[in-house]
Ligand binder design. Structure first.
Ligand SMILES: Nc1ncnc2c1ncn2[C@@H]1O[C@H](COP(=O)(O)OP(=O)(O)OP(=O)(O)O)[C@@H](O)[C@H]1O
Ligand SMILES: [Mg+2]
Length: 256
C-alpha cells in the first residue's frame, strides 16, 4: 500500500512545489514507484515536471468532480517509476463547487484508493491555504511533510501547521501524522538561517529531517526547463540533497 504524503504549509513560497517535484523525482530515481498529485490551481508542480498544464484533457479537477476515473487522469512521465496527476487554473473553481456537496472532503481519498497499491509513495503538493483542496489532500494522506523556509516568520508558519494538524486529526482524519519538517532555502552566509534551524529544533517535538535544502540558483532555474533538479543538473548540490532527503524518507518509512 503506497504511503500518501501531503507536502503542506499554509505559508506561501516556502518550497512546497520545489520539494514535491524534486523529492518525487529522487524517489523515482531510487526505484520507488511514485505518483505525484498536484492539487494547487497554480499548477507549479505540473509544469515543473514538464507537463503542459493546459493541454491535459483530465486533471485533478475532473477527478475530484467525479468526471473522470483516476486512471484517465494519470500522466506517465518520461522517467520510469514516476506518474503525475496534473492541475491547472480550472481547479480554482473546485473550492467553491465542493462546498455544495456532502462528501466534499473525501473526494480525493476515494478517487485515489484504487491505485494506492500501484505505488510506494503518493506525494501531494498542496496550495498555500486551508481550503477545500488542502482538506481533501490531508484527508487522503497518511502524513504531512512540512517545508519550512529558513527565515524570520518560519515559526509562525509552523504554529499554523500544527493547528491544522490538530483540526484535521479531530475530525476528518484521526490517523494523520507529521512525517517531518524539512528546512528549505538555507543560506549558510546568513546567520538567521542557522538561528531558525536551531530554534525549530529546540522548540518542536515533531521529527525534523537531518537533510537541509540549501538556497541555490539551480533549484530556482530547473522548473523553467520543465525538469526536476536530478535531470537538469545531476551533479549539483540540489540534486544531492533531495536524493539524501528521499533516502531519509525511505529509511523512516520502511524501518517503522
Ligand atoms: N532551495 C531553493 N533555492 C532557491 N530557490 C528556491 C528553492 N526552493 C524554492 N525556490 C524558489 O522559491 C520560490 C517558491 O518556491 P515554491 O514554488 O517551491 O514554493 P511553494 O511553497 O510551493 O509556493 P506556493 O505557496 O506559492 O505554492 C520559487 O520561485 C522557487 O523556484
Ligand atoms: Mg507551490
Amino acid at each position: 500500500m503506497g504511503k500518501v504524503i501531503a507536502i503542506t504549509n499554509q505559508k506561501g513560497g516556502v518550497g512546497k512545489s520545489t520539494t514535491a517535484i524534486n523529492l518525487s523525482a529522487a524517489l523515482a530515481q531510487l526505484r520507488k514507484r511514485v505518483l505525484t498529485i498536484d492539487i494547487d490551481p497554480q499548477g507549479n508542480t505540473t509544469s515543473g515536471l514538464g507537463v503542459e498544464k493546459y493541454e491535459q484533457e483530465n486533471t485533478v479537477y475532473e477527478l475530484i468532480s467525479e468526471n473522470c476515473d483516476v486512471k484517465d487522469c494519470i500522466v506517465h512521465l518520461k522517467k520510469k517509476y514516476h506518474d503525475l496527476i496534473p492541475a491547472n487554473m480550472n481547479l480554482a473553481g473546485a473550492e467553491i463547487e465542493l462546498n455544495e456537496v456532502q462528501d466534499r472532503d473525501l473526494r480525493l481519498k476515494k478517487a485515489i484508493d484504487p491505485v494506492r497499491e500501484d505505488y510506494d509513495f503518493i506525494i501531494i503538493d498542496c496550495p498555500p491555504s486551508l481550503g477545500q483542496l488542502t482538506l481533501n489532500a490531508l484527508t487522503a494522506s497518511d502524513s504531512m511533510l512540512v517545508p519550512i523556509q529558513c527565515e524570520y516568520y518560519a515559526m509562525e508558519g509552523l504554529a499554523q501547521v500544527l493547528y491544522t494538524l490538530d483540526l484535521v486529526k479531530n475530525g476528518l482524519n484521526p490517523d494523520l501524522k507529521i512525517e517531518g519538517i524539512v528546512f528549505t532555502m538555507y543560506d549558510s552566509r546568513n546567520n538567521l538561517s542557522q538561528e531558525v534551524v536551531d530554534s525549530v529544533r529546540e522548540n518542536i517535538s515533531e521529527y525534523v529531517f537531518d537533510t537541509i535544502i540549501p538556497r541555490t540558483v539551480r533549484l530556482a532555474e530547473a522548473p523553467s526547463y520543465g525538469l526536476p533538479i536530478n535531470e537538469y543538473d545531476k551533479h549539483c548540490i540540489g540534486t544531492k540533497r533531495y536524493r539524501k532527503l528521499a533516502k531519509e524518507l525511505i529509511k523512516r518509512s520502511f524501518s517503522i
